[in-house]
Design a protein around this ligand. Structure first.
Ligand SMILES: NC(=O)c1ccc[n+]([C@@H]2O[C@H](COP(=O)([O-])OP(=O)(O)OC[C@H]3O[C@@H](n4cnc5c(N)ncnc54)[C@H](O)[C@@H]3O)[C@@H](O)[C@H]2O)c1
Length: 422
């Protein structure tokens, strides 16, 4: 029996097509690992709950975990990122699914609780909401040893768990999959960079010649800056980290405080994981240019002060799907993407399948690793083993038909030794 609550089961046909097209571009997670899992069934008897963006790529992760023998329960990790056709198709694939686009905060947590009621052994989170809810509301899953290990998919979630661990409050073994090289160097950089371009292209807005302000020069934001420049934009970066700011400057970007940049910006994009990157002051709102586009790609909707912008607005008018024209008291109009939520996931289809292939290759192999090592795992943060990161990298290269060099004995000894000098 499949348990579910989705928007419309009749959308399953469309969702199924999208899932199968994505599968063909996910050779690591949806083909190689899935085929092995189907033979070896390493997840037999294991229940896995995921709080993830419900996209066609996530559906393929769920299918791989199921092929490995797991009973899979999924809910959305953001109220606006669920693709309803994919959610409907997942139900038909035998995945317990609780997700629909536009759910309220209360419904969002209801979906998480439905998954936790299934007594999952492994939790895969994107933003920490499911694992934090397990700690607060389902402590017996931890004290009774039901949960054997957890994984976190995004930077914001990892930061929350590092804080929880430092406070002594993290009671489960937690693997920050986001921090693996095969994840954040591809998914965050390439996925977010291309995703925001797709979202803004969807509005038929030209990048070339625009003043684009990017808050942050981390994994996601540097990817966005590079792609905006590639399309001919004049890009300004804002940062709080001196080294990141220098990297941006030496990469050829303008660097300045956000309040200096605001009056010139045609497009402002945030991906910092920080709150109120644009401080919610009347001066800042008044400084914005007429027609400016505001988009956030950080995990939560707190980087752009959405609530305060809505309060300041004279009029809010949806002008196309997930874009609002907001008129301020002085008649100026700004265009807010996705109510300040992850614009790449809401306005376009999220990260391309090619990059999610690596993230979900890691999630699949880490699920297997957790099961194999469950008796030795201790509560707290545990880094993803480098061998698993490398294995995903090699599988991806293999699928792309790319060979690389191997160290011979002499080279190995040289780079691991200290005797040889001038
Ligand atoms: N939209 C997506 O699909 C997607 C994908 C991956 C990650 N994320 C989210 O994007 C956010 C950033 O992730 P990341 O991996 O790039 O993190 P990161 O740590 O690599 O980069 C964040 C950067 O922002 C800078 N920063 C912090 N506060 C700032 C401020 N007030 N003003 C200017 N710069 C500031 C930091 O110094 C850092 O360089 C997180 O919330 C993460 O969860 C979103």
């Amino acid at each position: 029996m499949v348990n579910y609550k989705v928007a419309d089961e009749n959308l399953a046909g469309k969702g199924k097509e999208a899932i199968y097209i994505a599968e063909s571009r996910m050779p690591v997670s949806a083909i190689t690992i899935r085929e092995r899992f189907a033979k070896e069934r390493p997840l037999e008897g294991i229940t896995i709950a995921g709080c993830l963006h419900i996209t066609k790529e996530t559906a393929n992760l769920a299918r791989t975990l199921k092929a490995g023998g797991a009973d899979v329960w999924l809910c959305g990790s953001n109220p606006l990122s669920t693709q309803d056709d994919v959610a409907a198709a997942m139900v038909k694939e035998g995945i317990n699914t609780f997700a629909w686009h536009g759910n309220t905060d209360e419904e969002f947590y209801w979906c998480i609780r439905e998954c936790l009621k299934a007594k999952p052994n492994i939790l895969i989170d994107d933003g920490a909401d499911m694992i934090v809810t397990a700690h607060k509301e389902f402590p017996e899953l931890i004290t009774d040893g039901v949960i054997i290990g957890c994984q976190e998919e995004t930077t914001t979630g990892v930061k929350r768990f590092r804080a929880m661990d430092a406070a002594g409050d993290l009671k489960v073994p937690l693997f920050p999959v986001n921090d693996a090289r095969c994840k954040n160097q591809f998914d965050n950089e390439l996925g977010t960079g291309q995703g925001i371009v797709a979202a803004i292209y969807g509005m038929h807005v030209l990048f070339a010649g625009k003043n684009v302000v990017i808050a942050g020069y981390g994994h996601c934001s540097s990817g966005m800056a590079l792609r905006a420049r590639g399309l001919g934009a004049n890009v300004t970066v804002t940062e709080i980290d001196p080294i990141k700011a220098l990297q941006a400057k030496f990469a050829g970007f303008n660097v300045m405080p956000i309040e200096t940049a605001l009056p010139y910006a045609d497009i402002i994009l945030t991906a910092t994981g920080c709150k109120h990157v644009i401080l919610p002051t009347k001066e800042n709102f008044d400084a914005l240019k007429d027609g400016v586009i505001l988009g956030n790609l950080g995990h939560f909707d707190i980087e752009i002060p959405t609530k305060e912008i809505y309060e300041y607005a004279k009029e809010i008018k949806p002008i196309r799907s997930d874009v609002e024209e907001i008129t301020f008291p002085d008649g100026k109009r700004i265009y807010l993407l996705a109510k300040g939520r992850l614009a790449n996931l809401v306005l376009s289809e999220g990260h391309p399948a090619e990059v999610m292939d690596m993230s979900f290759g890691l999630q699949s192999l880490m699920s297997e690793y957790i099961v194999k090592n469950k008796d030795s795992l201790k509560p707290g943060m545990v880094e993803v083993p480098v061998e698993i990161d490398d294995r995903v990298g090699f599988l991806k290269l293999q699928a792309m038909g790319i060979e690389i060099d191997k160290l011979n004995e002499e080279q190995y000894n040289y780079i691991h030794g200290y005797e040889q000098g001038t």
